[in-house]
Design a protein around this ligand. Structure first.
Ligand code: PCA
Length: 204
């Protein structure tokens, strides 16, 4: 399969985003899959426009988006994206601060990821990396991208599977913060994502 893997730029005062660092470190071939990496901005709709343009350019079979979830301690395979943008105080990188807004007014309430989440999580664990299935991707730009990519594919490319993986902070990001946060080494994040991607497209 050809798999488009997106990673977000840094946001929220951070100088790195472990998601983007991990995407940059993925090999161009994982198992039987060809990997196409793509950097995306932490800006509502703009991120979706860039992903849609890349889908039309490279015609992937799957789209996996990866984002940072500071505070989580495991790779989080997101189950669902909801039709809601809500980040009144913590704006995106273009200072958008929507409150309770639908992402698409005519869209369904939610989309489930149609990646094989359970097998991906187990594959990451088997590789020695902490992993979990998460039932909320929040209401910020990661949820926006999970929901928006499923919406786009449902309307235009129903054969494309897509979903989202949240990753913890890197150890260096947890220094000099007021609170204590869990973290994960970049090598482990890459190892877990790699193992999870391997099992996509295998027999259920
Ligand atoms: N994490 C944010 C958006 C970009 C990112 O890497 C989120 O969890 O919504």
């Amino acid at each position: 399969m050809k798999i488009l893997v997106t990673g977000f730029e840094p946001f929220g005062g951070e100088t790195v985003n472990p998601a983007l660092e991990a995407v940059r470190k993925l090999p161009s071939v994982i198992g039987r899959h060809q990997i196409v990496p793509l950097q995306i901005p932490v800006v509502r709709y703009e991120a979706l426009r860039i992903i849609a343009a890349k889908i039309e350019e490279v015609h992937p079979d799957a789209v996996i988006s990866i984002g940072q979830a500071g505070g989580r301690k495991a790779l989080s395979f997101e189950r669902v994206g909801i039709n809601c943008d809500d980040y009144p105080s913590f704006g995106d990188n273009a200072h958008n601060t929507p409150i309770d807004e639908a992402i698409y007014a005519d869209g369904p309430d939610a989309y489930f990821s149609n990646l094989p989440l359970r097998r991906m999580k187990e594959a990451a664990e088997k590789a020695g990396v902490a992993a979990e299935i998460s039932n909320t991707a929040g209401t910020y730009v990661c949820n926006h991208v999970l929901y928006g990519v499923r919406h786009y594919c449902t309307l235009h490319h129903p054969d494309i599977v897509s979903g989202f993986i949240h990753v913890p902070f890197l150890p260096e990001q947890t220094q000099n913060k007021e609170k204590e946060y869990p973290s994960m080494e970049l090598a482990d994040i890459v190892k877990g994502i790699n193992a999870a991607i391997q099992v996509i497209g295998e027999e259920e």
